[in-house]
Ligand binder design. Sequence first.
Ligand code: GLC
Length: 647
Amino acid sequence: MEGMFERLQAGPLRLMEPLDQELFKIRWEQGAEDVLRPLRLLYGHREDFGAWVERLLLAVGKAYAARPSDLRLLDLQRLHQADWFQQAHMIGYVAYADRFAGTLPGVREKIDYLKELGVTYLHLMPLLQPRPGANDGGYAVMDYRQVRQDLGTMADLADLAADLRQQGISLCIDLVCNHTAKEHAWARQALAGDLVYQDYYLMFPDRTLPDAYEETVREIFPEFKPGSFTYYEQIDKWVWTTFNEFQWDLNYANPAVFAEMLDIMLFLANQGVEVLRLDAVAFMWKRLDTDCENQPEAHALLQAFRALSRLAAPGLLLKAEAIVPPPQLVPYLGVGVATDKECEIAYHNILMVALWSALAERKVVLATHVLQKMPRIPARTAWATYVRCHDDIGWAITEDDAAGVGLDGFAHRSFLSDFYTGRFPGTFARGTTFQFNPKTNDRRVNGSCASLAGLEQAMEMELWGETELAIRRILLLYNIILAYGGIPLIYMGDELGLLNDRRYVDEPSRAPDSRWIHRPMMAWDRAADRHDGQTITGRIFQGMCQLITARKRTLALHARTAVTPTWTHNDHVLGLVRESAYGRLFILANFTEKPQMISRVRLSELGFDGLLVNRLNHQFMPMWDDIMIEPYQALWLQPADSLPKQA
Ligand code: GLC
């Protein structure tokens, strides 16, 4: 890379102040190896490798020069306070802009509502220009540089990001990087026969390779589209389509694709987006005779994206959407030489599955076991913890994990599917089956948090005792994701207990996809009841606000402090111990509708003796008595003498 910086100085940086040029030089000198290591793995074998690196750096230099001054200031703040997203005050909210507030300017009108909840991070679901008609909830993008027309413009997005930032809220949006819509300009040129653009995708002249790949890859949407390839007569080729027919997987073995996506990433960062949720990252690299997920090159791509984007926009964070088993998941936060050098945030889907499993079983044995087995994550990363999201719940419990606690994996997954779709006798849940795969017998589940937790059934049957239990279940699940560490994500409407919304069946483009059952319109009329503690809405909303307030002042919930799932010697009560310089915390959560007890002896064994205080209600636990826990109650116990002065 001899003379690289001088070429940048003569090129994109030439109009910048000398100090700004020097700043870029420092970043490049410090970050060069992080840039080159993954790029060598990906493209080092090519003769034109040097030229590609140069092209990427020029693009980064251009984005650096174009970065608005308020965002450059933000970069400095983030560098000075690198743990900003790991702190206990972080609270996330996830919403579709249109379903929440109509348009992007509409979202600005709702900032007060978000602040009332204590939100500091807002993920707005796919909002870049999708293909017309069915578009997988926006995950089939045809133009990454335009906002969906009915939501507003790119200028509206930048304005919204700035307004949110002023109010202490960081904006996160989706970047669908594994595939584009088949209507994207690149795909249209490929369909027209342009070989340059055909090389942007994975295309095959006959079934030989598709058949070979299909031996080992899994089908993601078996009901929508069997197999992973689609034939297009126009070009007489088979195209790799992991998801729907209209979503074409990109060919990242072609450095031009990487360069295009990097450019888009930097463009969005310069609009003020602070976090990019990178969609379906596990699928970004294919290799014969494997499941084509989580390949080393997929990690290298993310590491290269991070290292390069940090040269221009070090404030930007990357969040990995990789819904894969634990051993494959943790590397997305970086391992080995890439520790702290891949994505900063990843979804903790195992926690989500474990919580729903515990709720159905009224037992925490499996949850404790799988969570104990999770490897520690790097110090400068955080989980995104969540109860529900816009997707289905897949029962990601492996045979090994089930066998580890004496369960049969297949039988347990079937039980959970039956329980949450209302088929299991005595269930409280109302959900629907999604993507039944007769080859594997896999059945995933859809449904809103409240409907899965029993609120829909209880209200319909006017069983007020059951309603109370359902409210407690919702608050219990949220309690754990707030107490686990990382960024807890509130999925829009859960704070009001919104039920399944079956109206999606009236819209032809949505009807086949039952995930829309849990993507409701925001019920602002219901929200009006949120301050009335006599209403169900008020109970849930206020319960949530109390938890959030407690979380914000519990410094021990910083994402960097270790959380240890701990046996409580009561199979119905989950135990999470947090040890930190900010204080020690023992979280106990009763997953049943009966009161439970934890013995003082067990607490002493774990070093929690003496006077304990429940940080959720400031009550002291009687010194020598066993701890009683109400149905679906959770306690955040802290030794009274370890309370930090400022708390
Ligand atoms: C991600 C999204 C999901 C979408 C898929 C394909 O998993 O969360 O909604 O269907 O990617 O883009």
